[in-house]
Design a protein around this ligand. Structure first.
Ligand SMILES: C[S@@+](CC[C@H](N)C(=O)[O-])C[C@H]1O[C@@H](n2cnc3c(N)ncnc32)[C@H](O)[C@@H]1O
Length: 322
């Protein structure tokens, strides 16, 4: 199989990752744990390098305090799409938006309560100098930011992810939404000794500057998990490249990384390939099965330490289709 590539312009192909190695260690290196109410506590050794099938609002309370170096949180967006089918009226095809059950809440109050409870539980299990990343769109990132600040988290940066292949605004009645925001924070204003690798930040930023703007495509092509009918397994699978940037800039080899809303497990998958430890929690058994399948194959990240990588970030085309 050829390495997966993304064409950013007619001139240049950037190799994002190589998925052609079958991993033998991979099969053993993922533990699957099914959480049950009768289980009261988990030790760090028990959960290291695992995916836990369960509700993170129950599971996190069973973990020891202050064990995680980094948390990556990609929570439900609460998109509130209209009930009717969204069609591209120009070509008459159906838009595959996010209309999953896991994204549904009755009200902003219910959504806020969920985020707040999750952030309280996460804060308890973060090391004093640990950091947290939260990603979302304009639908909820502002609410999340306020909740974080109210809980005492201290925001270090927001990173704007500019998507090179955003979903077009078919009706042309608003700007095309081509960004998502990541908030990067410590659990407390006084946490000063957190990990930040400036060289990686420079590599991923714009020009020579470690700017808070990352330009990369949505997850697509060979990287996108599809079922036997060709349907996307998860509507919001995040790109490997995004997690690579998060993990390389904010952690060290051997660190322990938590993703309490794991989806199809991108965080743990990238963490493993970069020699970090991980714990993932996901409540949907179908996604957990896909995580298991995914982990049977090794992710062989390319350019993981090459600071002199060709710069491509200014050379993109918003209308470059997958
Ligand atoms: C935005 S998706 C995460 C996608 C993921 N980053 C990926 O790359 O595949 C959010 C996930 O959170 C899960 N989820 C929502 N509430 C949860 C809860 N209370 N406990 C565990 N998982 C939950 C959903 O099932 C969904 O898969």
């Amino acid at each position: 199989m050829e390495p997966a590539t993304k064409s950013f312009s007619n001139k240049e192909n950037i190799v994002l990752f190589n998925d052609n190695n079958v991993d033998t260690k991979g099969i053993d290196s993922l533990k699957k744990i099914i959480d049950i109410d009768q289980k009261d506590t988990y030790s760090k050794d028990e959960i290291i390098n695992s995916v836990i099938l369960g509700d993170s609002l129950k599971v996190l309370k069973k973990f020891p305090a202050e064990i995680f170096d980094v948390v990556f949180l990609d929570p439900p967006y609460f998109l509130q799409l209209p009930k009717k089918e969204l069609k591209r009226w120009t070509v008459n095809t159906i838009v595959e938006g996010v209309d999953d059950e896991w994204d549904k809440f009755q009200s902003f109050e219910e959504y806020d309560k969920f985020i707040q409870n999750l952030l309280i539980d996460v804060k308890r299990v973060m090391k004093p100098e640990g950091t947290i990343w939260i990603i979302s769109t304009y639908h909820s990132i502002f609410r999340i930011g306020k909740i974080m600040q109210d809980l005492g988290y201290w925001i270090l940066n927001d990173i704007i992810w500019v998507k090179t292949n955003p979903m077009p605004n078919w009706l042309g009645v608003r700007f095309t939404n081509a960004t998502e925001t990541l908030i990067w924070a410590v659990k407390d204003k006084n946490s000063k000794k957190y990990t930040f690798h400036k060289e990686y930040a420079k590599q991923f930023g714009i020009g020579k500057v470690a700017a808070n703007v990352w330009i990369l495509p949505l997850c697509n092509g060979k990287e996108r998990l599809k079922d036997e009918t060709g349907k996307k397994v998860h509507s919001t699978q995040k790109p490997v490249e995004l997690l690579k940037r998060v993990i390389l800039t904010s952690s060290n080899e051997g660190d322990l990384i938590l993703d309490p809303v794991a989806g199809v497990g991108t965080t743990g998958y990238v963490a493993r390939s970069l020699n970090r430890n991980f714990v993932m929690i996901e409540k949907n058994p179908k996604y957990v099965e896909w995580i298991e399948k995914r982990f049977k194959k090794n992710l062989n990240l390319i350019d993981k330490t090459n600071f002199n990588d060709t710069k491509y970030v200014l050379n993109f085309n918003l209308w470059d289709k997958p």
